[in-house]
Design a protein around this ligand. Structure first.
Ligand SMILES: *Cc1c(COP(=O)(O)O)cnc(C)c1O
Length: 385
């Protein structure tokens, strides 16, 4: 199936079934679609739980040795196989070098979050200096609101979806109370029309048009956690800013799921967690974004803070969480690295490459194209001339 097609998935499935001459519910079609799936090699990058290790299943219906069908990546993404390697590297470094690990090695602990900023910025369509990796999602939401929500007697409302994620709803409520505002009057909740489940963009834009002058901050999710609806981020942003509001997004269910261009869309601020579609593990590090136009957002004259979002970073980065996040992000952005020294006098005719994808699929693709190379372990490829 062509994922870029605009036809409805059901139509595409019916078309594929009729090409195979079977029913859309036939197993044959499922196997065929798996075979055609351009992303199928990525399965190899993850540990998939076995049926027998999950809560009691009926073993007369399923084979316990088989992988389960994991449909909850939106709650907790699966574990990338590389996590253990990266954790071992840092545990080993700690054991061997103690405090010297702060500024040495591939991931100097004191700066470890910065090693991942490029990968993360690319995923959300932001500039490197607009993204920081830190804390948990709700902590970041509070930090951002402390700067962007500065209510005045005329502009004091926060607009959000009526069914926002509960912790987002509570965070907004606490921010309003923190400023001594009446929650009933200041929390503007937008609901779908009677009998409908999702919000219409024209209704969102109408509320912004009508109430915009009294709204300080618009906080929407990118993809709604409950209905799965993807909101029109650029249009909501533009409409809100035209009315003088700051517009921010919680991208917990959007990052790693849909394409984002936060910088080009001019989104003021955003935050997201990484343990859902980015597979960083329970309680993994979250991230936050502030558009570069707000680089002076926190400027205390007596403090020499970094500009923009980097000025919000607190505490040491937790290196063990950086390791698991790195493994997750690398699956999203495959890379090839030559580990043989580049200087001619420091090597012979061999180049050793490490690739972030399962070596088996890379090897097969090369062989198909008539390239003979040798491989080893999970991710090494040897090339000799
Ligand atoms: C998952 C999710 C959260 C969770 O936030 P934590 O701080 O990690 O507990 C918050 N908001 C949304 C929209 C989410 O989808």
């Amino acid at each position: 199936m062509d994922p870029s097609s605009t036809a409805l998935p059901a139509t595409l499935i019916e078309q594929a079934a009729s090409r195979l001459g079977c029913s859309p519910a036939d197993k044959k079609l499922a196997f065929h679609l798996d075979e055609e799936d351009k992303l199928k090699h990525l399965r190899e990058c993850f540990h998939i739980p076995k049926v027998k290790d999950l809560p009691p299943t009926d073993l007369t219906l399923v084979n316990g040795e088989e992988s389960c069908i994991y449909f909850v990546g939106n709650s907790l993404g699966l574990q990338p196989k590389k996590v253990k390697t990266y954790l071992d590297e840092e545990l080993d470094k700690w054991a061997r070098t103690g405090v010297h690990g702060h500024f040495n090695g591939q991931r100097p602990w004191a700066l470890a979050d910065e090693c991942l900023v490029d990968l993360m910025a690319e995923l959300v369509g932001a500039q490197r200096h607009e993204v920081a990796i830190m804390n948990g999602l709700t902590v970041n939401l509070h930090l951002l609101m402390l700067s962007f929500f500065k209510p005045t007697p005329r502009r004091y409302k926060i607009l959000l979806e009526a069914k926002a994620f509960p912790s987002d709803h509570y965070a907004v409520e606490s921010q309003l109370r923190f400023h001594g505002l009446d929650v009933e009057k200041s929390m503007l909740l937008i609901r779908p029309r009677e009998g409908e489940e999702t919000l219409r963009i024209e209704d969102i834009l109408a509320v912004i048009e009508e109430e915009g002058d009294s709204i300080a901050v618009i906080l929407f999710s990118g993809v709604q956690y409950y209905t799965g609806q993807l909101f029109d981020i650029p249009r909501i942003t533009k409409a809100g800013q035209k009315k003088g509001c700051f517009v921010g997004f919680d991208l917990a269910h959007a990052v790693g799921n849909v394409e984002l261009s936060l910088h080009d869309w001019g989104v003021d601020f955003a935050c997201w967690c990484t343990y859902k579609y980015l597979n960083s593990g329970a309680g993994g590090l979250a991230a936050a974004y502030i558009h570069e136009k707000h680089s002076q957002i926190i400027c205390f004259s007596e403090l020499q803070l970094s500009k923009g979002i980097n000025g919000f970073r607190l505490s040491n980065p937790p290196i063990l969480l950086v390791c698991s996040l790195q493994a997750g992000l690398e699956v999203k952005k495959p890379f090839v690295k030559i580990i043989t020294p580049p200087q001619i006098e420091e090597r012979g005719f061999q180049l050793t490459l490490t690739v972030s994808l399962p070596i088996k699929s890379v090897f097969e693709e090369l062989e198909k194209r008539g390239v003979a190379v040798s491989k080893s372990g999970f991710n090494f490829l040897f090339i000799t001339f």
